[in-house]
Design a protein around this ligand. Sequence first.
Ligand code: CP3
Length: 345
Amino acid sequence: MASLNSSLFLSVLNGQKSSNPPVWMMRQAGRHLPEYLELRSQAKDFLDFCYSPAMAAEATLQPVERYDMDAAILFADILLILDAMGLNVRFEKGLGPIVQTVETGHDLDKVAVETAVQRLSPVYETVARVRSALSADKALIGFCGSPWTVALYAIEGRGGTDKSMARLWAYEKPDDLDHLLSSLVEVSAHYLAAQVKAGANALMLFESWAEGLPSDLFERLVIEPNAALVRRLHALGVTVPIIGFPRGAATMLTHYVDKVGVSAVGLDTAISPEFVNANLPSTLPVQGHLDPLLLIAGGDAMEVRVRALLKAYADRPHIFNLGHGVRPETPIAHVERVIEIVRGG
Ligand code: CP3
């Protein structure tokens, strides 16, 4: 298992500064890699792929092998948990995920917590396989979607909406929404604890749809459930570092960091390094946040921004990453160039 001494990623996540930060990229596995597309064509569908430990483990390792990334992220999806909790989840080409919607906050209670956690066993098997294949200097990140982001898919049936249905639940059916969120906290905590037991060295909480909430709703729907999840993880004996990624938190980022209890924060594309350095404790590790579109564009614009981010965070623990996931059309040579610059080239 990776120890703190041998993994640069874990030492920075634990608060060490490094002149050449560790690097990995959100969505580093997946459709920009020809070897992923080849493997993916062998699976019946995307869910099947995620539940096949052999294929999922190989997809997890692909970007680490190709790019020598400092960390692997488990190949899975934030929506597997809804499938395990009894909702029908489909991934349609060109449309993204489509989820069977809930009518009440209690619809997810039909499947017992232990049953849902047990249904996700192939994921733990993937974690174990990846951890045993990785060298000690590479960390393995486990993850789940944060409760609000996952609840949004269960209420609206898809992502990328203006969130109005789920936000209306917050005002019109507050007990239902609170119950839905606490069910998700409970299953997510056991799901993540099982990933750690199988060998994950760090965890990441993806709150991909935190943008645009009024501050009182941000407190209720983002901060409180994420804080409850972190507390529950600690109560279950989880001690690995936890990275929170509240995408679109804007100025609420400071409050999120104060209240949620994460060990590090993932920065999105929109937040400025000036805001981060002026408002977040200088000892807090930050992870981010190159625009994934610059990774497509490449050239001077990309290189200048990579160097600017390295300079901005030179005096604090920093893990180099993107502000959101790698897009399918990203050229491999641009990913290689970014890594070269981060490592001093
Ligand atoms: O390298 C990795 O990060 C791979 C593991 C991973 C996937 N999804 C695989 C995937 C992770 C960490 C996720 C997280 C995820 N899934 C999030 C949070 C991060 C973010 O991007 O904000 C969200 C919101 C989802 C939901 C989801 N899954 C969407 C919106 C889509 C379709 C559009 C898209 O961006 O790909 C998926 C499908 C999905 N998840 C694919 C992959 C590789 C593509 C499916 C395919 O290969 O056919």
